[in-house]
Design a protein around this ligand. Structure first.
Ligand code: CP
Length: 313
């Protein structure tokens, strides 16, 4: 038995991601089979940064697996505010829980926690670095909406610089065949070189960069919209200038294919007009639901691997 953490989407092989999607599909079809599988086990959610979806979907996931949840929702009310380190916090929580999901504003914090903890740690977002369980939600959404994860043209639009979900999604898509990436952003918010070179160039992915959403829209099978990440800007003026760079309206969406899937990790600010919510191409609320099932599948897998939960379902 081994303790295994998921900090980056590359901690999971393509085969494992495909296996998690099969488990999530099975959970959707047969929820009763999983309703007590984690009985007696505890998930600790340590959130040093705000969240609605990720924290609550982890918690809902553990409850739906029959387990219990210990929740730290605000660093200000924890001993982090007295100066306790992430390592010490992870060691302490290892005495109470069987698995941790952690969000932190600093890149690398989840890895620090994983190295200190004696139980599995799942990165629920570390600064502008990555957000692997959002990527699992994104992949299941694309798979269920498009019926495949290969042979797709995927447009990523908005804040590609600070948008950690974009970095993890590109990394995951690089494992699938015949993916064409279209990067749509203002110059200042372009994908960081380390992601472009280490993922897109290294994996010889087909890729186009543009600032023109309308030009890109007709070719896309998937449009992944993102919010401009206010909390990562050093300068409010820059944020105000860039925040409404892209607003998807029904008129703009009329340039897309009739079956383009529109995703967004949420929260949304202005990037997608609410008038699009009832369009059959709008998948972002389904994406929220799929996130819970993928987190159930991941919690179960890591608890089975650590020996905390029996292997057979
Ligand atoms: N998508 C996402 O991470 O949402 P939250 O910030 O609400 O968790």
């Amino acid at each position: 038995m081994m303790k295994r953490s998921v900090i980056d989407i590359t901690d999971l092989s393509r085969e494992e991601i495909d296996g998690l999607m099969r488990t999530a599909d099975d959970i959707i079809e047969n929820p009763g089979k999983y309703a007590h599988i984690c009985a007696g086990k505890k998930l600790a959610t340590l959130f040093f940064e705000p969240s609605t979806r990720t924290r609550m979907s982890f918690e809902a996931a553990m409850y739906e697996l029959g387990g219990a949840v210990l929740s730290m929702t605000d660093a200000a009310t924890s001993s982090a505010s007295k100066g306790e380190s992430v390592s010490d916090t992870a060691k302490v929580i290892s005495c109470y829980a069987d698995i941790i999901s952690m969000r932190h504003p600093k890149e690398g914090a989840a890895l620090v926690a994983a190295n200190a903890a004696s139980i599995p740690v799942i990165n629920a977002g570390d600064g502008g670095h990555c957000h692997p369980t959002q990527t699992l939600a994104d992949l299941l959404t694309i798979k269920r909406e498009k019926g495949r994860l290969g042979s797709l043209t995927v447009g990523l639009c908005g804040d590609l610089k600070f948008g950690r979900t974009v970095h993890s999604l590109i990394q995951a898509l690089s494992r699938y065949e015949d993916i064409r990436i279209v990067l749509i952003s203002p110059d200042e918010l372009r994908l960081p070189d380390y992601v472009y070179n280490d993922v897109i160039v290294k994996n010889k992915m087909k890729c186009t960069q543009t600032s023109d959403l309308l030009w890109a829209l007709p070719m896309l099978d998937v449009l992944y919209m993102t919010r401009v990440q206010k909390e990562r800007f050093f300068n409010e003026e820059d944020y105000l200038r860039l925040k409404d760079s892209y607003i998807l309206t029904p008129e703009k969406l009329s340039h897309a294919k009739p079956d383009t899937a529109v995703l967004h990790p949420l929260p949304r600010v202005n990037e997608i007009s609410v008038a699009i919510d009832d369009d059959p191409r709008a998948c972002y609320f389904k994406q929220v639901k799929y996130g819970k099932y993928m987190r159930m599948a991941l919690i179960l897998k890591l608890l089975q691997e650590s020996g905390a939960v029996k292997e057979d379902v």
